[in-house]
Design a binder for this molecule. Structure first.
Ligand code: G16
Length: 547
């Protein structure tokens, strides 16, 4: 049997961040770098042996090579069956769904999400567990420890797999099944939304522009939006996945997808404008004349979800609970109160929602980083959010603007913005965090621009299901319900350190609901500048990105 053991030396930098191991392509190209990390997964997650493993990626540069390596190592490590997306393509939510459909023990997802791709770009790997969720912190910690002492890895050294041919192939004792990348995912979406109603909405002249940003969602959007729902040809743009994402930055936000904001503000804007990111788990939503912030999108979907087929009230349906990550604006909390359901505040990282989803306490959750999803899968799901919005538009017959206005009139409005300070020297970023941490106790009770600080602390989270504790999850300065300033270090950057400053302001008086966001947040931004001293301590003139 051509299963061989290859000797190797450990690398010391394989600590997974917020969503897996993300590094420059050049780092992954170092000898045995990928193999070491994969072997650490196989060594730690022993349930994979004799089971099914799902493998796919977002199609970026190095995807195919990495997938062949992963398949050979799966065969060398006694995996019974490997399910692979055709051409090595699987969006992150589609991969999570396939893990569930095939009752797999886990999945390997090759993606660096929205980070740029190509030989000079980024690459990454995520390990998802049985049930489809991202590996929890305890597990990624063990994988990291194993990667630091690894001395050999195992692989099947007997040929490669034809990734483009759907059907079964054999590699040693391991069955390799290449599956259509879209089929199961499209089937899942059909079970959740009213496709007939959406089709009728398109027939009546409803229009969408969905930008796949030359990343993984192109084939998914073509199949579902155009072929199944009958959206007019041309409704999906940049639909061909490219290894370098066309040189773009498939991070759908107001900076990297500014052309969509321009489209939304143009005279000929479609009813819904949307985009997804590199691996298909993020979403951006705009209507004619307005951008819906991710926190607002979460709250507005929460308010309408029980009208949609997959979430209708009934013995198994309805809204069980809602959740958001700590820095995400508190708009969804207000809806949860109105619906009289639990609302959870979790640390940043989709994995923190998974226990609550598995325990049946959560139906809908989301993050400020353009992530929204529901109990149908264990990852955030970009196209799901777009379909949910389409279904809400078709069901209510209202425009995005009308829905937003009605929502804000009823629940009040959370103005929200995020300032990113990218690629900071690590020491400078730590100085900012350390000095604010020290100042927090003395801030409580102080008043700034009519707002009084009611709470100032470092967020830590006790998982309500398993009791595990996550500490150091961001610094927060809370002005009651009126406003918040949050500071945290990103866990997904690949160069230096990224600091994120989040500003949130709540208003519910009728004459304060239609301000431009930047005007609404200007006083809070000045307060944050005085308290956090980001520019002063980093020597920067301002944030690198504002979303
Ligand atoms: C990942 C995580 C998200 C997180 C985001 C940003 O998303 O899955 O839960 O909100 O990173 O994290 P950070 O603020 O630490 O950079 P993705 O889409 O990059 O996989």
């Amino acid at each position: 049997m051509p299963v061989c053991e290859q000797l190797t030396q450990p690398y010391t930098d394989q600590k997974p961040g917020t969503a897996g191991l993300r590094k420059k392509v050049a780092v992954f190209l170092q000898p045995h770098y990928l193999e070491n990390f994969l072997q650490a997964i196989f060594d730690v997650e022993t349930s994979l042996k004799g089971s099914t493993l799902v493998i796919g990626g977002d199609g970026r540069y190095h995807n195919r090579v990495a997938i062949q390596t992963a398949i050979a190592m799966a065969a060398g490590n006694g995996i019974s069956k490997v399910v692979v997306g055709q051409g090595g393509i699987l969006s992150t939510p589609a991969a999570s769904n396939l893990i569930r459909v095939h009752d797999a023990a886990g999945g390997l997802l090759f993606t660096a999400s929205h980070n740029p791709a190509g030989p000079d770009g980024d690459f990454g790997i995520k390990f998802n567990i049985a049930g489809g969720g991202q590996a929890p912190e305890a597990l990624t910690g063990k994988i990291y420890e194993a990667s630091r002492t690894i001395s050999r890895y195992r692989l099947f050294d007997g040929g490669s797999v034809d990734l483009d041919r759907c059907g079964n192939q054999q590699l040693g004792d391991t069955l390799i099944e290449i599956v259509d990348s879209v089929d199961d995912y499209a089937h899942l979406q059909q079970s959740l939304f009213d496709f007939d109603l959406i089709r009728a909405w398109f027939k009546r002249g409803g229009r969408i522009c969905f930008d796949a940003m030359h990343a993984v969602t192109g084939p998914y959007a073509q199949r579902i939006l155009i072929e199944q729902l009958g959206a007019p040809a041309g409704s999906v743009i940049n639909a061909t996945p490219l290894e370098d994402f066309g040189g773009g930055h498939p991070d759908p936000n107001l900076i990297y997808a500014k052309h969509l904001l321009d489209l939304a503000m143009s005279a000929d804007a479609p009813d819904l404008i949307a985009a997804s990111d590199g691996d298909g788990d993020r979403n951006m939503i705009l209507g004619r004349g307005l951008f819906i912030s991710p926190g607002d999108s979460l709250a507005m979907l929460a308010a309408h979800l029980d009208k949609l087929p997959g979430y209708k009230n009934g013995p198994k349906g309805g809204i069980r609970g809602l959740a958001r990550s700590m820095p995400t604006c508190r708009a969804v909390d207000v809806v949860a109160k109105a619906l009289e359901v639990e609302c959870f505040e979790t640390p940043t990282g989709w994995k923190f929602f998974c226990n609550l989803l598995d325990a049946g306490r959560l139906t809908l959750c989301g993050e400020e980083s353009f992530g929204t999803s529901s109990s149908h899968t264990r990852e955030k799901d970009g196209l799901w959010a777009v379909l949910a919005w389409l279904n809400v538009l078709a069901t209510t017959g209202k425009s995005v603007q009308q829905l937003a206005d009605a929502h804000w009139a009823r629940h009040g409005r959370h103005y929200y913005v995020r300032h990113d300070y990218d690629e900071l020297p690590v020491a400078a970023a730590n100085t900012v965090v350390d000095s604010l941490r020290k100042a927090l106790p003395s801030l409580i009770g102080s008043t700034h621009d009519d707002w009084t600080i009611s709470q100032a602390d470092e967020f830590s989270y006790t998982d309500p299901v398993d009791g595990s504790i996550a500490t150091g999850q961001g610094l927060r300065i809370v002005f009651g319900d009126a406003a918040r300033i949050i500071l945290r270090l990103s866990g997904t950057g690949t160069e230096g350190a990224t600091l994120r400053l989040y500003l949130e302001r709540y208003e519910n008086a009728a004459d304060k609901l239609a301000w431009p966001t930047s005007d609404a947040l200007a006083p809070l931004a000045q307060t944050a500048d005085r308290i956090v001293r980001l520019n002063e301590l980093t020597g920067r003139k301002g944030p690198s990105v504002i979303t």
